[in-house]
Design a protein around this ligand. Sequence first.
Ligand code: KG4
Ligand code: ZN
Length: 362
Amino acid sequence: MGKSKLFLGIESSCDETAAALVRSDKEILSNVVFDQLDLHAAFGGVVPEIAARAHAERLDLVTAQALQEAGCGLADVDGIAVAAGPGLIGGVMSGVVFAKALAAASGKPLFGINHLAGHALSPRLSDDLAFPFLLLLVSGGHCQFLLVSGPTEFTRLGGTIDDAPGEAFDKSARLMGLGYPGGPLIEQAAAQGNAERFSFPRPLLDREGYDMSFSGLKTALRREVDGLAAEQGGLYRQDISDLSAAFQTAVADVLRIKTARAISAAMNQNPVTALAVAGGVAANQTLRAVLEGVAQDAQIGFAAPPLSLCTDNGAMIAWSALERAALGEGGDDPASIVARPRWPLDTNATPLLGSGKKGSKA
Ligand code: KG4
Ligand code: ZN
């Protein structure tokens, strides 16, 4: 066993410019995220060109701050990791070019990391989780069940065939006149709501397997919003709370039932020790509680990273590279690292139809 390694992780694939310093003993020395909410709020979603420009302007600042907060310099770092996709190509490219320059100037090894692998391995950074485990990755751009057998070994069992849940949260929030990102606002509103007042669909439950669909849910919500607007001229606060509660309960029901099925299937293939959830939507307390219940019923462990590791961050990127380094890898040839808009984790799985806010890629 050598001494603990220190890696810098850089993330810029969507609307967070992030950098973090993480050690192989799982200590996170710094985890700095500059979000771009103010830049995109007026548009109700991420505008790729604005995001790319903001990343290019902020990557050096966020990295300098991460190094400063960690109390170290580039010379102390053993490796540099960068999210090389999938994501909005302008942002990913900014990160890759920046990381290549840092690596060339400092002579440090460089690792090109799949952003989804970052999310998938984040539960191992926060919890002591052994391979293989079943991961439900739920974010603004993705929703899939993955069997995670090693730092680069992923088998996709199923996923959304249209919108990702985070995208459905964001679009539904917009329909109700709430801000962006919609997930936390709907969660807040739902806390005061009556989920029974509206009945929303639970799509694809009658179909075998673990594929999911969330776009119909948003359409059903739109119908109710239009109905209320025609009837009473707009939405009262209680309407928003009730709609939010019914929406969130419908998402939770679909995830609960499909996750239970995915666990049984994973058990037949390769006994999993735990269910882990990751990605921005995993920040939702109701969904976390529901999924923890599913794991308990199946008598397996449950892991959900803290909120700061659920939404996009640099620590998960650094950690993914540290996992590869622990297997003896010395880094990628920088010339082989290219920014990729699409980059499925399981290259053997047939592409899903789904497309998130970052574009279809899984
Ligand atoms: O993982 P992430 O930061 O970025 C992507 O890779 O997509 O996830 C962002 C998504 C957004 O759609 C946001 O609305 C959703 O995660 N989100 C939530 C919550 N917090 C963030 N969704 C539901 N409940 C939350 N509390
Ligand atoms: Zn993400």
